[in-house]
Design a protein around this ligand. Structure first.
Ligand SMILES: Cc1cc2nc3c(=O)[nH]c(=O)nc-3n(C[C@H](O)[C@H](O)[C@H](O)COP(=O)(O)OP(=O)(O)OC[C@H]3O[C@@H](n4cnc5c(N)ncnc54)[C@H](O)[C@@H]3O)c2cc1C
Length: 413
C-alpha cells in the first residue's frame, strides 16, 4: 500500500532524501514498476506532479484480459467484443478474438497503486544529475558511503524537483512523452515523433466501441467514441502533429449528438526510443512504448513497466547489478522495435489512404473474420496479457477488502 504525503500550498515543504528506487510518474507505467517492487523490501519513492489518478490521460480502453490478470477488473466500466469501424461509404462491425474494456482511471490507479509498497509525494520533476565517481554496480541499499551535498552516494542518480533533490541508485522515468530525464535536447512538437489526441467526456451512454476512418474528421488519423457506463469518450487523433484536432472533435461530438464538454488531450509518441539512457530506466510513453497506428499505450505502459520493475526487483535482491539490469531491460525493449516499426509503416499507409476513396474497399477486404482473428491475435501478442501473470504473484497483495479475482489465461467474453 502506498503511503501518501501530498503537500499543497504552504504545506509544500522541502522534499529530499536517499531512496533505493525513485519512480517518477504515477500513471500506468510508473504504477506497474512499483507493483513489481511490492514486498521486495526496497524503499521506493514515487513522485508525480498530481495526485495518483487525479488527471485522466486517455480514453482508458485496454484489453480486458490485461485488466483482469492485474486484478484491476473492479475499475472496468464496459466491455466490448465488437469494434464498429466507420469508413466514409460504409460501416463495418468486426468481431474481435478478445475483448476491450473501458475503465475508470482513478479507480484503476488506486487498485494498481495498492499492489505496491511505496511512499508517494507530489513534486514536479525537472531533471537529473549523476554523482561523479559512481561505481559500476550502483550503491547497494544500506551502504555506508561518502555522500554529496544532496545526500547522494556514488552511483546514485539525483533527481531535481520543485521541492528539492532526491537520490537513488535506481531511477525510472515514467513521466510520459516529455522524457524529462532523457539526455540531449528535448525535442518538442511538432518536430518530435508525436501524434496528438483530444477528446470530450460528456455524460452519455453508448453500446459500441466505435472508430471513424474518415477524412472529414482527420486526414491522417482516426476518430473514436468509447462508452464507459454513463460517460462517452469522444475524440480525434492525428498522426501529424501539425494538424489540429479541436474543431474535428467538436464536429464529431455534434455528429454523435453529445455536448463537447470536459476536454482532455495530450501528445502521443509514435516512435519507440531507447528504454535506458545512462543510468535511468524509461517505461511507457517516455520510451515511445505506445503502439503506432492505434495509439494504444496503456497496455504497453503496463507491460514495459512490469518488465522494468522485475529488473529493478532483481537488483534489489542482489541477483544482478544495476548495469546488468539496464542492459537486459534495454535489450527487452529493443526486441520489440521491429513490431513498433511495422505498425509505424501501417500508420504512414493509413495517413496516405485515408484521404482517398480506397479506404472503404480496403476495410471491406480486411473484414474477413479469419483475417480479423489473425491480425488482432498478432496485435495482442505484441504485449500479451499472460505477461501480467509472470514475475511476482499478481494476487500477492490484493487491495484490502477486494474480492480475490481469478487470473485468466484466455480472452474473457
Ligand atoms: C486523447 C487520448 C486518448 C487515448 N486513449 C487511449 C486508450 O483508450 N487506450 C490506450 O491504450 N491508450 C490511449 N492513449 C495513449 C495513453 O494515454 C498513453 O500511451 C499512456 O497514458 C501512457 O502511460 P504512461 O504511464 O507512460 O504516461 P502518462 O499516462 O502520460 O503518465 C505520465 C505521468 O507523469 C506525470 N508527469 C509528467 N510530467 C511530470 C513532471 N515533470 N513531474 C512530475 N510528474 C510528471 C503526469 O502527471 C502523469 O501522471 C490515449 C492518449 C490520448 C492523448
Amino acid at each position: 500500500m502506498p503511503v501518501r504525503a501530498t503537500k499543497r500550498g504552504a504545506e509544500r515543504t522541502p522534499l529530499e532524501g536517499d531512496w533505493d528506487v525513485v519512480v517518477c510518474g504515477a500513471s500506468f507505467a510508473g504504477l506497474a514498476v512499483a507493483r513489481e517492487l511490492g514486498g521486495s523490501g526496497a524503499r521506493v519513492l514515487m513522485v508525480d506532479r498530481y495526485e495518483i489518478g487525479e488527471r485522466q490521460t486517455s480514453a482508458c480502453a485496454a484489453p480486458t484480459e490485461w485488466l483482469v490478470n492485474l486484478g484491476l477488473e473492479r475499475s472496468i466500466r464496459q466491455t466490448f467484443r465488437d469494434l464498429v469501424v466507420h469508413a466514409p461509404a460504409r460501416t463495418f462491425r468486426w468481431t474481435l478474438p478478445w475483448t476491450f474494456s473501458t475503465f475508470d482511471y482513478r479507480e484503476l490507479c488506486t487498485l494498481l497503486g495498492a499492489q505496491g509498497d511505496f511512499r508517494f509525494e507530489t513534486a514536479t520533476v525537472s531533471g537529473k544529475s549523476s554523482f561523479a565517481g559512481r561505481n559500476a554496480s550502483g550503491a547497494a541499499p544500506g551502504d555506508v558511503t561518502p555522500r554529496n551535498a544532496s545526500g547522494a552516494a556514488p552511483g546514485d542518480v539525483t533527481i531535481h524537483t520543485d521541492r528539492g533533490d532526491l537520490s537513488a541508485p535506481l531511477v525510472v522515468d515514467a513521466l510520459g512523452w516529455r522524457r524529462v530525464l532523457g539526455g540531449g535536447a528535448n525535442v518538442q512538437p511538432p518536430e518530435a515523433f508525436l501524434s496528438r489526441g483530444l477528446e470530450v467526456h460528456p455524460d452519455a451512454a453508448g453500446r459500441d466501441l466505435e472508430l471513424w476512418l474518415d477524412p472529414k474528421y482527420v486526414r491522417a488519423g482516426y476518430a473514436w467514441s468509447f462508452p464507459a457506463d454513463g460517460e462517452l469518450r469522444v475524440g480525434v487523433g492525428s498522426f501529424d502533429p501539425r494538424d489540429h484536432v479541436k474543431q474535428p472533435t467538436v464536429e464529431l461530438a455534434r455528429d454523435v449528438d453529445v455536448p463537447a464538454v470536459r476536454f482532455q488531450g495530450n501528445w502521443i509518441p509514435h516512435r519507440i526510443r531507447a528504454a535506458t539512457d545512462g543510468d535511468v530506466f524509461f517505461a511507457g510513453d517516455s520510451a515511445g512504448h505506445c503502439l503506432p497506428t492505434t495509439a494504444e499505450g496503456i497496455r504497453t505502459a503496463l507491460y514495459f513497466g512490469l518488465a522494468c520493475g522485475r529488473e529493478l526487483r532483481a537488483v534489489v535482491a542482489g541477483e544482478r547489478t544495476r548495469e546488468e539490469a539496464l542492459a537486459r531491460y534495454a535489450a527487452f525493449s529493443r526486441s520489440h522495435a521491429w513490431k513498433f516499426g511495422a505498425l509505424l509503416r501501417t500508420q504512414d499507409a493509413v495517413g496516405r489512404v485515408n484521404p482517398t476513396p480506397l479506404m472503404t474497399p480496403l476495410l471491406r477486404a480486411m473484414s474477413s473474420p479469419r483475417l480479423i482473428r489473425w491480425a488482432f491475435g498478432a496485435y495482442l501478442a505484441i504485449a500479451p496479457p499472460s505477461f501480467a501473470l509472470e514475475g511476482r504473484d499478481p494476487l500477492a497483495s490484493p487491495p484490502v477488502g477486494a474480492p480475490v479475482p481469478a487470473p485468466v489465461g484466455t480472452a474473457t467474453p
